[in-house]
Design a protein around this ligand. Structure first.
Ligand code: GDP
Ligand code: MN
Length: 381
């Protein structure tokens, strides 16, 4: 689950991480008042669940409270399109109005889960700011990684090592190490999957301030953080992913055109690999789960039918606890309700395979039944 920058900064402040003074506004008038209380000059920042706002015109420096109100009026109510959003963008409902910081240098700092390291990894760079993707691509040696042992946590020497790598010197090393220790605590205690500060800025006489803040909370830990769940903003989420999430279906929207319906996460990933190997592109990851009922399968399939980019569907199911006939019935029910459906290629194996195939044959739908995934390859291109 993603949260907004203003919410992330409030959490960071609770953990003693320095953030700029400011407030969140839903109207130009509120933005004007906050800017006035900050002394006039301000930074007005669109609050959306996407990065790349700076380059997309979503972050503006203003000189007077009136100007802050004007910028707020120009942002609130419209959609912001950044390189991290789809072409339709995401709606701006609020802006964060903050005091302007005299930036001396922009650093990068994040903690995330690294699957290869099988645990959290701290990523830091002296070359932070809006070009961080360029830095990663062209000069990867400017980015350092440290994977603390998740059981024992971050050692002080590791925190100091990162502080030095960030180019901090003297008293700043102590401040930087303390900030890291607090950031680690926040990441660990709140079960985050990402915390990213870009830029972490050195300002004025050398103070270190988090000018941006991005936090993702691990969905599987939601039951432990009922308070954090209130920060959810469904309007910022992909509507299909939201529908899937609400139905307990593991679904991730991708940018290809082959809709994939699979049971089991491992099989789903293998199926997506196979689709890519033959030169096609999956439109989604979708795991209907082991013990899905007909109704749940129907909902899962409806999500694919609602995705306008899906041109063909590949069903790859190994019936175990989920019986093939239940799956077929759910798919048929979804297609009948919708009226139209793209061509379906279905491989059913395992429990009640024959019954499942019969349901498809009797349905009158455009379903090609295949025995092995090899048979699918030619049909996907
Ligand atoms: P993002 O583009 O979505 O990551 O948004 P950021 O919060 O990182 O803001 C983009 C850029 O705006 C930063 O890299 C800074 O260069 C600039 N910026 C943000 N806050 C301030 C500020 O208080 N003072 C100054 N001078 N620049 C700022
Ligand atoms: Mn940023």
């Amino acid at each position: 689950m993603k949260i907004h920058e203003y919410q992330a900064k409030s959490l960071m402040a609770q953990y003693g991480i320095p953030v700029p003074k400011g407030g969140v506004a839903s109207t130009p008038e509120e933005a004007r008042q906050i800017a006035a209380s900050l002394g006039g000059r301000a930074v007005v920042k669109a609050q959306v669940h996407a990065g790349g706002r700076g380059k997309a015109g979503g972050v503006k420096l203003t000189n007077t409270p009136e100007e802050a109100a004007q910028v707020a009026a120009s942002l609130i109510g419209r959609n912001l399109v950044t390189h991290q959003t789809g072409p339709e963008g995401v709606p701006i409902r609020k802006v964060l109005v903050e005091e302007v910081q005299p930036i001396v240098k922009e650093l990068y700092l994040s903690i995330t889960i690294d699957a290869a390291a099988r645990g959290p990894v701290i990523i830091a760079s002296e070359a932070g700011g809006m070009e961080i993707e360029e830095v990663a691509a062209r000069t990867p040696e400017k980015i350092i990684r440290i994977a603390p042992n998740p059981t024992v946590g971050l050692f002080p020497y590791q925190a100091r090592k990162i502080a030095y790598a960030l180019g901090l010197r003297g008293d700043q090393v102590r401040d930087g190490a303390a900030l890291l220790t607090n950031l680690w605590k926040l990441f660990y205690e709140k079960d985050l999957s990402l915390i990213e500060i870009n830029p972490l800025a050195i300002v004025g006489e050398g103070r270190i301030v988090a000018l941006d803040g991005k936090i993702n909370i691990e969905d599987d830990a939601d039951f432990r953080h009922k308070d954090l769940m209130t920060l959810r903003d469904p309007e910022q989420e992909d509507p299909l992913e939201r529908m899937a999430n609400d139905s307990g279906i593991a679904y991730v929207r991708l940018d290809g055109d082959i809709g994939c319906v699979v049971n089991g996460a491992g099989l789903a990933m293998a199926t997506m690999d196979m689709v890519s190997l033959v030169g096609a592109k999956p439109a989604n990851f979708l795991d209907v789960g082991g013990g899905a009922e007909e109704e749940k399968v129907k909902r899962a399939f409806t999500i694919l039918l609602d995705d306008p980019r899906v041109k063909k569907v590949l069903i790859n199911v190994f019936g175990g606890i989920l019986r093939c006939d239940i799956l077929a019935r759910g798919v048929v029910a979804a297609c009948k309700e919708k009226g139209v459906h793209p061509p379906i290629i279905a491989r059913l194996q395992g429990t009640n395979k024959e019954e499942g195939r019969q349901v498809f044959r009797d349905s009158g739908l455009k379903v090609t039944l295949i025995e092995t995934l090899h048979d699918a390859a030619a049909m996907l291109r």
